[in-house]
Write a protein that binds this ligand. Structure first.
Ligand code: IMP
Ligand code: MG
Length: 179
């Protein structure tokens, strides 16, 4: 598939995202203080998490930054349900306050499973922060603690978020028309 960027409809531009990320950084520090592990959910969370890390850093915070892969999506547009966690050694998270940073809360299956897995690892507490929430799509009983933007049921790309591994590089958020 070749990405045709004319097909990407704009949702939020880089400036709007940056302003929201900075507000989230303030909300995170007010809520959990400065002693936490920022756990980035790959791959979609990479750009959001890196901007969030810099935003809390500008506010004087020095979190550990770790990465986790939660495999749930293939190349389609629907969550597959089964989730595997590939990430840091459990000792890195055990007894720690974890800020779980992901791109999109959709069906909620991924977040629900991640919270269960982090609980099993023995994290002291987990605060979830997602850039985008699609409440209309929820199937699992789960909400994020902090949300960048609530959006309609559209298929989002850009700012780290892909369709079949394309579009992640875009500095803005947009959506694709259904095929
Ligand atoms: P959930 O388990 O259905 O909540 O799936 C959440 C994950 O699915 C997100 O972290 C994304 O990786 C992916 N996802 C959900 N909606 C979209 C979308 O609109 N575009 C691209 N990926 C999406
Ligand atoms: Mg994801």
């Amino acid at each position: 598939m070749t990405a045709d960027f004319d097909e990407v409809h704009r949702l939020y531009d880089a400036e709007e995202i940056a302003a929201r990320v900075d507000a989230l950084a303030a909300a995170i520090l007010a809520r959990i203080g400065e002693d936490f592990v920022l756990l980035c959910v790959l791959n979609g969370g990479f750009m959001f998490a890196s901007d969030l890390a810099r935003a809390v850093s500008r506010r004087g915070c020095k979190p550990l930054v770790e990465f986790v892969t939660l495999k749930s999506y293939g190349n389609g547009m629907e969550s597959q349900g089964a989730v595997r966690l590939i990430g840091p050694e459990p000792e890195t998270l055990k007894g720690k306050t974890v800020l779980l940073v992901d791109d999109i809360l959709d069906s909620g299956k991924t977040l629900a499973k991640a919270l269960t897995l982090l609980d099993e690892i023995g994290a002291k507490s987990v605060v979830s922060c997602v850039l985008l929430d699609k409440p209309a799509r929820r199937k699992a009983t789960v909400e994020a603690d902090l949300v960048g933007f609530n959006i309609e049921d559209v298929f989002v790309v850009g700012y780290g978020i892909d369709f079949a591994d394309h579009y992640r590089h875009l500095p803005y958020l947009g959506y694709l028309e259904p095929a």
